[in-house]
Ligand binder design. Structure first.
Ligand code: ARG
Ligand code: ASP
Length: 713
């Protein structure tokens, strides 16, 4: 009976949603569709979300260190974000004795909170539509002249603001340059680590469960914003005090039901929802598969050795996770684009647009011409950028080549040299020359066999044989600074680098004849001459046409509510808590539970181990107020909110604006939402606020933090 109800509701919610949110939506907070939000269940006014003159929810939502989102959950500046967003800060405080990644970290009071030099949080204090000012006078100009005038106009807009030292104004294009918005930003710089669960909670399921629902990850960590005595931003000082926010989010412990209204407030990075069908088809059939194929080869090579050798596993864990994240995302994207028939849907949409405005046919024909002509160069670019990214040898070589160019032109100063040595030391620190040679040998073979000869350096067909490549690379390494002499492991790497860079002349001389550097230079040059310029000149034309097409879509499809593609600025997305029916006869419920963590538990496994204390809490059913009516602690849940990379750490809020969850991922079947949101498959995944408090309270025993929060039972 329960099952039957669930299945019915799982089917009904997305169908009902399809009408309102057929295309998803990431709305500029000052331009949300209040009427629709209220129809869907929101109980607060849009002004409560973003009010430029009064405290509102926006005062509790920040961009965390330029990438993720975070939110304030106490009157003392306590900040909640994802474990994967605070990962490198947690790692930076870790050592063999105090391994906070493995064991977690919990400050017992404010004095024990750990400083993080360089970490910032940004508040958005104002949003203004400045389209008229920025576009003024550009109407009749050609692209180049218009761009120059826009740059000047943007400066003018910025100069109208009276700024305090910690403030800046960013002007960002929206709708492909049809509109412009100015953002007034306050940056705080003293951000301290307060708490983090062990990775076996915060990263539970790791790569296997990444991008997947049902999910059971406690992906959260806690920081605190500090300010000077006047509550203003300041560099780290032990005299700084916890920041007093204009608003903080109360946390609701009420049970969630399918169909409940929810919204997510944060900083989505990049989407492309308004492409023509030809562009989507190129991504689906050419670009994504090319990038996936390179990563598949390198990940497989790394994985084999990581499984066989513990040291390799530690060294390559972070690199592997980052390569695997988008490798997996692109595979899901291709599957989702195919399954949702994104190209077919776009083609049908284009027909309806042309029927209303025949001029659009000219635009689309021109897109077809441009994308078809650009195709081979775009493919080359995809392969080229991926082989450089996946091969540490080639990445290193690219840095050395840049260094060499600067050295030759006499433009090296101390600071530049330092930034080179820092970057190189960071790569060498976790570099295994032999393993990387294997990766490089294989992806070069792939590169040589996938690309037509005109895109390869002279004679590069010889690189089709990976065994020979490996021999060649090993031979090269013997005479290479890039992968040989400097490539010492661990702490010695930075010393070796320092010595190396002390003698600029002999370094430059050695690099001139370095075989790995030469190999990279040849690849770089052939990409440059065969494709780079052509790719870019087509891309400029495509960008200009996309601006036209965006304006045409908006002018022609009057019934559709358009939102601007994500561009790392503050946005609101809303939807309903919902499970899904991603495959025939396959239904996902909308929430997972602690018992599900235990079902996935594999003792000692690097992805699915569970800490003993959590096992005990589960066994004793010591759940405090955090269980829901079913008697289990909810862990993760899904909704139809339209999110993307950068939304990690975003608060999920209920109809009253209380925090109910923490966004951290999307489900496999819906990851094509960056290009084609589909309410049938696209779901964002959130950590349940109850699980977060359960871990803080019962697992970490950090009651002092709970006392700061406003918890609604
Ligand atoms: N897929 C999520 C997002 O793009 C989470 C990534 C972190 N987790 C991981 N296993 N790598 O970024
Ligand atoms: N995991 C992503 C992030 O880190 C969120 C997403 O792509 O859904 O921002």
């Amino acid at each position: 009976m329960i099952k039957r109800n669930f299945i019915l509701s799982a089917l009904l919610v997305p169908a009902a949603m399809a009408f309102a949110q057929q295309y998803g939506g990431m709305w500029i907070p000052t331009e949300v569709n209040e009427k629709e939000m209220k129809e869907m269940g929101m109980k607060i006014d849009a002004k409560a979300i973003f009010d430029p003159n009064k405290p509102s929810i926006k005062d509790a939502v920040v961009q965390f260190n330029g990438g993720c989102t975070a939110e304030i959950i106490s009157p003392q500046g306590l900040l909640l974000t994802n474990h994967h967003c605070g990962y490198s800060q947690i790692q930076s405080h870790s050592s063999l004795e105090n391994d906070y990644l493995a064991d977690g970290f919990w400050a017992k009071n404010q004095k024990e909170e750990l400083e993080n030099p360089g970490v910032t949080v940004d508040f958005i204090n104002g949003i203004k539509d400045v389209s008229a000012e920025v576009l003024k006078g550009t109407e009749k100009l050609d692209q180049k002249a218009a761009d120059a005038l826009i740059t000047a106009n943007v400066k003018k807009v910025q100069s109208t603001y009276k700024l305090e030292p910690h403030q800046k104004v960013l002007v960002r294009a929206a709708y492909y340059g049809n509109k412009y918005y100015a953002y007034l930003i306050d940056t705080y710089k003293d951000i301290r680590l307060v708490g983090a669960p062990p990775s076996s909670i915060g990263k539970f399921g790791s790569d296997t469960d990444n991008w997947v629902f049902p999910r059971h990850t406690g992906d959260f960590s806690l920081f605190r914003i500090y300010a000077d005595k006047n509550n203003k931003p300041a560099e780290y000082s032990k005299d700084n005090v916890p920041y007093v926010p204009k608003h903080f989010l109360p946390i609701s412990l009420k049970d969630k039901n399918e169909g409940d209204f929810t919204f997510v407030f944060g900083f989505p990075g990049r989407t492309t929802e308004y492409l023509p069908s030809i562009a989507v088809e190129k991504i689906r059939t050419e670009i994504d598969p090319a990038m996936i194929s390179v990563r598949a080869v390198s990940l497989k090579t790394l994985d084999a050795q990581m499984r066989a050798d513990q040291e390799t596993k530690i060294k390559y864990a972070s690199k592997f996770a980052s390569l695997a994240n988008y490798w997996k995302k692109w595979s899901g994207e291709v599957e989702g684009l195919t399954k949702s028939d994104a190209t077919g849907k776009k083609q049908a949409y284009e027909k309806t647009l042309i029927a209303k405005n025949p001029e659009i046919k000219t635009t689309l024909d021109e897109f077809n011409r441009l994308y078809t002509a650009q195709g081979p160069y775009a493919l080359h670019r995809a392969y080229y950028s991926e082989i450089i990214r996946n091969s540490e040898s080639l990445t290193l070589a690219s840095h050395y080549l840049n260094y060499l160019a600067l050295a030759k032109s006499g433009k090296l100063d101390q600071k530049t040299v330092e930034s080179f040595t820092n970057r190189l030391s960071r790569i060498y620190k976790n570099f295994d020359a032999q393993l990387d040679a294997k990766v490089t040998a294989r992806i070069l073979a792939l590169y040589a066999s996938k690309l037509e000869p005109q895109f390869l350096p002279q004679g590069f067909e010889a690189f089709k044989d990976e065994t020979k490549n490996l021999q060649t690379l090993e031979q090269f390494s013997k005479n290479s600074i890039v992968t040989g002499r400097a490539a010492l492991n661990g702490a010695t790497a930075s010393e070796a680098i320092e010595t190396l860079f002390k003698d600029e002349k002999s370094l430059a001389k050695a690099l001139e004849s370095d075989p790995i550097l030469k190999l990279f230079a040849t690849l770089r040059a052939s990409y440059g001459s065969a494709s780079e310029t052509k790719f870019e000149s087509y891309q400029d034309q495509i960008d200009a046409l996309q601006k036209t097409y965006m304006a045409q879509q908006m002018a022609t499809d009057k019934d559709r509510a358009f939102f601007p593609d994500a561009n790392s600025t503050l946005r609101v997305t809303y939807g309903k808590i919902a499970g899904s029916n991603p495959k025939d006869a396959l239904y996902y419920g909308y929430q997972t539970h602690l018992s599900g963590v235990m079902e996935k538990y594999i003792p000692g496994d690097y992805e699915f181990d569970v800490p003993q204390k959590l096992i005990d809490l589960h066994a004793k059913k010591d759940f405090g107020p955090y269980a829901n009516a079913s008697g289990d602690v909810p862990v993760n849940f899904t909704a139809t909110n339209h999110t993307t990379g950068g939304n990690s750490g975003s608060p999920a809020l209920d109809a009253e604006g209380n925090l109910i969850g923490l966004n951290f991922d999307r489900q496999w079947e819906g990851t094509m939402s960056d290009i084609n949101y589909d309410p049938r498959f696209s779901r964002n995944i959130m950590v349940d606020a109850k699980y977060i408090l359960f871990i803080v309270d019962k697992y970490a025993d950090a009651k002092w933090l709970l006392n700061e929060m406003k918890i609604i039972k």
